[in-house]
Design a protein around this ligand. Structure first.
Ligand SMILES: Nc1ncnc2c1ncn2[C@@H]1O[C@H](COP(=O)(O)OP(=O)(O)OP(=O)(O)O)[C@@H](O)[C@H]1O
Length: 243
């Protein structure tokens, strides 16, 4: 499989804190990867750099053979890199449908009616059709999560970065989100999933990358990750003990 995303010796510091310490990773198109690690280990920083929200101090990022370090989030979205945030970002004063059609979300070459047709299909897929004219401010936390998913799908991403999508989500909705993630991945979208919910990670991902203090301490299957002494010491042991 061709490498879709390559992260080469990526370093990011904040003052004296080393958030990423020369991280090297390569992801193939169509992978579904879990990114785990203790609080402050660098997971969101890595996503922020890949999606253009932060600039790395050192290192390269290559997406589909093009260097992308320093490219704006907006341009990255246009070439297929979509992301969600720990705290859902939608326009609360706009309706669900307006959120979908907000300028800059859809393809330049697309007419409003084509965009609207796509939005309708995506809302249907995410069971949001009956809420299409509802203001986002009236949606529940779970519905907002789904709207964020729906808006990301408007971008037709090829690489999807999901940061803690299951936070505060009830079990039934979580199952539905799993189904969406699996379906998108089966359709060829590469997905990098950050979650502290180990059940979700081990159920969904065939590859798990573990960060600790900005270093990759394990990159393997769920079974290898669970059995890894370093991971147990840095994260899983403590995580399970406090769970
Ligand atoms: N904008 C920022 N300014 C200052 N320090 C930051 C900033 N963003 C991240 N950091 C620091 O960088 C380190 C890595 O943070 P990061 O958010 O990437 O960790 P994380 O693994 O995503 O943590 P969590 O699981 O708690 O979300 C932490 O020490 C954090 O305090």
């Amino acid at each position: 499989m061709a490498e879709q995303l390559v992260v080469d010796r990526l370093t990011k510091t904040f003052g004296g804190i080393v958030a990423l310490n020369g991280v090297e990773l390569a992801f193939s198109a169509g992978e579904l990867i879990g990114l785990i690690g203790p609080n402050g280990s660098g997971k969101t920083t890595l996503l922020n750099i890949v999606s253009g929200y932060y600039t790395a101090d050192r290192g390269q990022i290559t997406y589909e053979n093009q260097p992308i370090a320093g490219t704006s989030p907006h341009k990255l979205a246009r070439i297929g890199i979509g992301r969600s945030f720990q705290v859902t970002k939608v326009f609360r004063r706009l309706t669900v449908m307006e959120n979908m059609l907000v300028s800059g979300l859809s393809d330049w070459s697309e007419t409003r009616s084509q965009a609207s047709e796509r939005a309708t299909a995506i809302l249907e897929d995410l069971k949001l059709t009956r809420l299409r004219d509802e203001r986002a401010s009236n949606l529940s936390g779970g519905q907002l999560k789904l709207l964020e998913f729906a808006r990301i799908m408007m971008l037709q991403p090829k690489l999807l970065l999901l940061d803690e999508p299951f936070g505060g989500v009830h079990p039934e909705l979580k199952r539905f989100m799993y189904d969406c993630i699996r379906k998108w991945n089966a359709a060829g979208i590469t997905i990098i999933l950050i979650s502290h919910d180990m059940g979700s990670i081990f159920e969904l991902c065939r590859r798990v990358v573990t960060l600790s203090y900005g270093d990759i301490i394990c990159d393997g299957t769920p079974e290898e990750t669970r059995a890894d002494k370093g991971v147990l010491e840095a994260y899983l042991g403590e995580h399970h003990a406090s769970a």
